[in-house]
Design a protein around this ligand. Structure first.
Ligand SMILES: Cc1cc2nc3c(=O)[nH]c(=O)nc-3n(C[C@H](O)[C@H](O)[C@H](O)COP(=O)(O)OP(=O)(O)OC[C@H]3O[C@@H](n4cnc5c(N)ncnc54)[C@H](O)[C@@H]3O)c2cc1C
Length: 304
């Protein structure tokens, strides 16, 4: 029978790695199981992470692993976790190569994943000149002509947001705009053009968008795009073991990252509504403290 490891961390992005660092320093035995498919792997640079602004996602992970490797109780497994079972104190995880692990506690740091990008030409520009988060990539596109591909209430939110980075932007709703008359008036007042013809194709050269061609023949030139991605949970394992998950795929957690299932925590994009690497790392660190204290409390009680 496999030995019982203190914490199994599923997912080795900023959240999982940050938790691994804290737990390694707290002398807990940890296995990080990671299949290495983060959403931001399409980007050239990660921005806004204090001391790491502009680092590539792969360099970020390399540095993190190098530092975590100073703590010998943390091991890495580069595979997907494919099944989970058990209860607090003895969870079992099986990996894609049929390896089995037993953990006292679990942390799901599985991120989110993009559903297929269904706009012609978007894959070619995603992460190069089309982005999802102005805090991550707005600075690089400041004062540039931009197109927001978004509709309905999210269009109002993104229009307001992007106004902090550029005043030259229009909205392509790629079909019915789902806006109310008041919202259309508000955008008109702010001189934001709205095009509701479906998008025929995003034209680009080497990942740099040139223009958006609409089905009605309109050409909308731009240097960058922000769009609202369609997302799904990074893994269905939290749900499979009984964690409460919202309609949008987010695991419900308390301030320490604790889920409704005893012994299971979640952190990072998997358990947040705002997606930022530093926020994910912070959640991972907090969850690690929660997990460590649970383990210490249980050990303390068993000796009293
Ligand atoms: C295009 C783009 C650009 C971005 N740019 C920035 C930026 O500039 N600055 C910034 O702060 N944020 C940026 N973000 C957001 C940032 O990438 C995320 O907030 C951050 O990566 C979340 O970290 P995480 O650890 O929660 O998840 P992730 O980094 O997504 O890591 C989750 C990991 O879990 C693994 N995993 C999932 N399921 C399993 C399983 N069953 N078994 C094993 N492994 C599994 C995945 O393969 C992945 O490696 C960007 C996001 C995107 C999409």
């Amino acid at each position: 029978m496999e030995k019982l490891i203190d914490v199994g961390i599923i997912g080795g992005g900023p959240a999982g790695l940050s938790a691994a660092l804290v737990l390694g320093r707290a002398r807990k035995s940890v296995v990080v199981i990671d299949e290495g498919q983060p959403r931001n792997r399409v980007t050239r640079e990660t921005h806004g992470f204090l001391t790491r602004d502009g680092v590539t996602p792969s360099e970020f992970r390399r540095i993190a692993k190098e530092q975590i490797n100073s703590y010998p109780s943390v091991q890495f497994v580069e595979e997907a976790a494919v099944s989970v079972s058990g209860t607090d104190g003895d969870f079992q995880i099986t990996t894609s190569q049929a390896k089995g692990y037993r953990f006292k506690k679990l942390l799901f740091a599985v991120g989110m994943k993009d559903l297929p990008l269904d706009i012609n030409g978007l894959t070619e520009v995603y992460g190069k000149s089309a982005f999802v988060c102005p805090y991550c990539d707005g600075w690089e596109l400041r004062d540039q002509p931009l197109v927001l591909i978004v509709k309905g209430a999210r269009a109002m939110h993104l229009a307001k947001m992007i106004s902090g980075w550029t005043s030259q932007y229009s909205i392509c709703t790629d079909g019915p705009d789902d806006l109310t008359d008041e919202q259309r008036d508000e955008l008109k007042q702010h001189q934001v053009p709205v095009f509701d013809s479906p998008i025929a194709r995003i034209e680009s050269t080497n990942g740099q968008v040139q223009h958006i061609a609409l089905q009605d023949g309109t050409i909308v030139p731009c240097n960058g795009i922000f769009f609202a991605p369609k997302l799904a949970a990074g893994s269905n394992l939290p749900q499979a073991i009984g964690c409460e998950v919202t309609e949008s795929g987010t695991v419900t957690v308390d301030h320490f990252g604790k889920t409704n299932v005893a012994g299971i925590y979640s952190a990072g994009d998997a358990a947040a509504e705002m997606y930022q690497a530093i926020a994910a790392a912070s959640m991972g660190s907090i969850a690690a403290a929660g997990l460590n204290f649970e383990l210490l409390s249980e050990a303390w009680s068993s000796h009293s």
